[in-house]
Design a protein around this ligand. Structure first.
Ligand SMILES: NC(=O)c1ccc[n+]([C@@H]2O[C@H](COP(=O)([O-])OP(=O)(O)OC[C@H]3O[C@@H](n4cnc5c(N)ncnc54)[C@H](OP(=O)(O)O)[C@@H]3O)[C@@H](O)[C@H]2O)c1
Length: 380
């Protein structure tokens, strides 16, 4: 089963790659990604080998072939000869690469996530026997806050919290149109917000939670807070004193669907295997946790990293402190992500993954490990 894969150097992609390699077999897996092929090879191997994941059969890395390419370029920037080589006999095409950015100019998000997907679909036209595995996100549900999202749902009437969500929604629309035009088999995988409790060393693909932690770190270091040693203080290191209270304006009953990246990767590869035997159709799968995590759990976990920081969620803050203003400004998007009460139907997921057990609960202890400071870690 020759496979082509985009985004293998990313947080999720390297875990999917590890699962694909662990399945065994000797068919080639072509990794398309940025940088020269030696750079791409060394980044992919570093990311895959660092993971605990399932053991790899001897010589597994030898199955990987590397092609320097960029999804924002027509034909992914591949030469005609490279494209012919990459698509020859292809049976599975994983489109996982994307730009994840919650703020700023929408143009790069459109280019990577919408135009990039179109380029991948054009490549798929040259691989008539390939099953397309398109990695989307549970957040295509956008601003819809309540109700149970069915896996077939793809609606825009609620609007979107970020252009990232909208770009992934539009990409899914393109994929649906392509599947209905070509009759080709497609699986759309929609993970929740991915986490791991193994802190990721600098230089390896990090998790979205790191963005929140960087916001808090930066906020604590920001001069407008007027206490130069505040960051060290709230980490518990310097002197005795009262905790620094930070209120966050959000829905106190809000939740977010956090799902272990290791579970998501395994469930995706199982789904690919299950769907490869089914008649061609477009199937959408929520790769989500069965239970949402409450915003409260996330805050409690943050307090393990910042023991002197006392965080609370309140509906409204009439008199924000400078630090609260900073957190509200810089963390607005992350805060919005945990403002949902909606749930996700997992019928197609459970049909596809068979006896794969549901992931462990994401509780305070799990998130405390996820928030641990990776500063002293080095890649193995
Ligand atoms: N992380 C989450 O919580 C989450 C949740 C739901 C869905 N997803 C989806 O999961 C997929 C993977 O996300 P991730 O968390 O692994 O993100 P990530 O760590 O940022 O990795 C993104 C991957 O895409 C590649 N990429 C980006 N732009 C590219 C381009 N122009 N050409 C070629 N490759 C490009 C990156 O390559 P470089 O190494 O060269 O940058 C990297 O391998 C995405 O489709 C994302 O939308 C993620």
């Amino acid at each position: 089963m020759p496979v082509l894969f985009t985004g293998a150097t990313g947080f999720l992609g390297c875990r999917i790659m590890r699962e694909l390699l662990a399945e065994g077999g000797d068919e080639p897996i072509t990794v398309v990604g940025r940088g020269s092929t030696p750079e791409l090879q060394s980044r992919t191997e570093a990311a895959v080998m660092w993971l605990d994941g399932p053991p790899l059969p001897a010589g597994a890395l030898g199955r990987l072939r590397y092609l320097s390419g960029d999804i924002t370029l027509p034909g992914l920037g591949l030469t005609a000869e490279e494209r012919a080589r990459a698509t020859d006999g292809l049976t599975q095409l994983w489109h996982n690469a994307a730009l994840l950015r919650l703020e700023g100019d929408p143009a790069p998000l459109h280019l990577s996530n919408v135009v990039g997907t179109r380029h991948v679909l054009e490549l798929a036209d040259h691989a008539p026997d390939a099953h397309l595995m398109h990695v989307s996100t549970a957040y295509v549900a956008g601003r819809r806050l309540t109700g149970c999202i069915r896996e077939e749902d793809l609606r825009e009437e609620y609007g979107f919290q970020t252009y990232y969500e909208e770009s992934k929604y539009t990409a899914e629309r393109l994929v649906r149109a392509w599947a209905s035009r070509t009759g080709r088999p497609v699986t759309v995988l929609r993970p929740g917000l991915l986490v791991t409790d193994r802190p990721v060393p600098e230089g390896l693909p990090g998790q979205p939670l790191d963005i929140l932690l960087r916001i808090v770190d930066a906020g604590l270091r920001n001069r407008t807070v007027r206490t130069s040693s505040l960051a060290a203080f709230v980490k518990g290191g310097l002197r005795r004193g009262d905790a620094v209270s930070v209120r966050i304006a959000a829905d106190p009953e809000g939740t977010a669907n956090l799902v272990q990246a290791e579970y998501a990767a395994r469930a995706m590869v199982r789904t690919a295997r299950a769907h490869s035997d089914r008649p061609p159709a477009l199937r959408t799968v929520h790769v989500t946790h069965p239970h949402n995590a409450s915003a409260d759990i996330v805050l409690k976990a943050l307090q393990v990293r910042y023991p002197r920081l006392s965080l609370s969620v309140v509906p409204h803050i009439p008199d924000p402190t400078p630090l609260e203003k900073l957190v509200a400004q810089q963390g607005a998007r992350m805060i919005e992500f945990s403002a949902q009460r909606r749930t996700y139907d997992r019928t197609h997921l459970l049909e596809a993954v068979g006896d794969l057990p549901d992931p462990e609960p994401i509780d305070e202890a799990y998130l405390a490990r996820a928030c641990d400071d990776p500063g002293t870690l080095v890649p193995a």
